[in-house]
Design a protein around this ligand. Sequence first.
Ligand code: CMC
Length: 431
Amino acid sequence: MGETAKLIVGGKEYELPVFVGTEGERAIEISKLRDVAGLITLDPALMSSGSCKSAITFIDGEKGILRYRGIPIEEFAVGEPNFIEAAYLLIFGELPNDSKYDDFSGRLTNNALLHEAMRHHFEGFPIDAPPMAILSATLNTLSCFHIEFLKGLDDPEVFVEAAARLISKVRTIAAFTYRRSRGLPFMYPDPKLRYCANFLHMMFSAPYKQYEVKQVLEDALNLLLILHADHEQNCSTSTVRLVGSSRANVFASCAAAVGALWGPLHGGANVEVLEMLDRIRAGGLTPAQCVEKAKDKKDPFKLYGFGHRVYKNFDPRAKILKEACDKVLLALGRRDPLLDIARGLEELALKDSYFIERKLYPNVDFYSGILLRAMGIPTSMFTVMFAIGRLPGWIAQWKEQHDDPSSKIWRPRQIYVGRTLTHYVPMHERE
Ligand code: CMC
C-alpha cells in the first residue's frame, strides 16, 4: 500500500489512501469517506478539491507552468502556430502525423457550412442580442440537425466526425453572429482557406470584395486560440464534465459550458478589461484610481484580467500574449494606446502591496483584447473568441470522461442549514 492519511474524528481513526499524480501532486482520496465514517467534506468553491484525474493538461500555478499533453505552452508559440494541431493533440492525445492532420483538416473543411435552416435562426435574434447567448443557443440547436451524433460516440469514427463538426461550425456560428449584429450579409466559408483565415474571411469579406488575410494576423489568431484551448478543471470545463456525467451529449455539454464561460469572473473578463482600459483612455478613470477601487472591499469593482485561482506567480499565457501584442502591432505599423495603458496599469498593480500579498498577476484576459482589437474583432465578440479557442479542450475533457468506464454521474452532497421539521399550513390558516 502507498502513502496514506489519517483522519481522527470523535476519537475514531480512519485511514485514507493518498493518490500521487505523474507530476508528484498528492491528493487524499475521500470517495469512500461517507461509507466508512458517515462524514462528507465541505469545500464550497472547490478550493482544495480535485474533481477528476486527467491526462490532458498540467498546470503548476506556483511555477507558472502550463503543458498540453506534456508539451510546454511556450513550444506552441514558436514558428507558425497551428490551432488545429493543438486541438487534435488535446482531443486525441497525440500530435497528428501528415495523414491524420489532412484527414482531420478535411473534415473541418467539409463541415464548415451551416444547414440553411440553421442560417435562418440568426435572423430571429434581435440585432443587439448578446453573442454568447446566441452561441450557446446555436450550439444546442446544432444537435437538432445532427441527431445521429447524439448517440454512438463510442465509435471513434462517429466521435471524430462530431468533434470536427463542432470545431468547424463554431467558427461559422461566431462569424454569422457578428454579421447579423452589424446587419451585414452572411459570408459562406471558403474551402480554400485554413481554419483561422477562413474565420477572418467570414467575419470581414464583402460579397463584392474578398478580405485579404495578413499572415501576421492569421498567426496571431492561431496563437490566441491555442493559448485558450484548455486549462484543466476551470469553471466552464467543469460544467462540461458535470453535464456530461449524466451521459448528456457533447453538443449539450459544450452549450452549457458557454454559459459558464460568459461570466465576468471567467471568460467574460476579457470584455471587462477592454471596457476598463477604454474608460481610462477616455479620461473617466486613472490607472491609480483603478487600483484603489480594486482594493476597496466596499466597491464591487475588480481589476479585471488580474488574479487566478491556480496561478500564484505568473500566467504563462499572459506573458506570451503581451509579447504577441508588441509583435503584431509592430508588424502592422500601428500603435494602440490601450496597450500602453495596460502596461502602465500592470506596472502599478505589481508594485502595490495588496496585489503582491495576494499573488495577483495579469491573467490570459488582460492582454488578449488588445490582440483581438488589432484583428478588428469588436469587444462584444471577445468572449466568443475565447469559446472558439476553448472548444477543443471541452471536447477533450468530455471524451476523457466518456471513455472512462469508472466515471459516474456527478452528484455532490450538501450540508443542510435550513429549518428543521416544520408542518404544512393550509392557505386559510396562514398569517
Ligand atoms: N482585483 C482585486 N482584488 C482581487 C482580484 C482582482 N482582480 N482578484 C482577486 N482579488 C482579491 C480577492 O478580493 C481576495 O481578497 P481577500 O483575501 O482580501 O478577500 C484575494 O484577492 C483572493 O481572491 P479570490 O477572489 O478569493 O480568488 P479566487 O481564486 O476565488 O478568484 C478570480 C480567482 C480569477 C475569479 C479572481 O482573481 C478575479 O475575480 N479576477 C478578476 C476576473 C478575471 O480576470 N477573471 C479571469 C480569470 S483567468 C481566465 C478565465 O478563467 O477565464
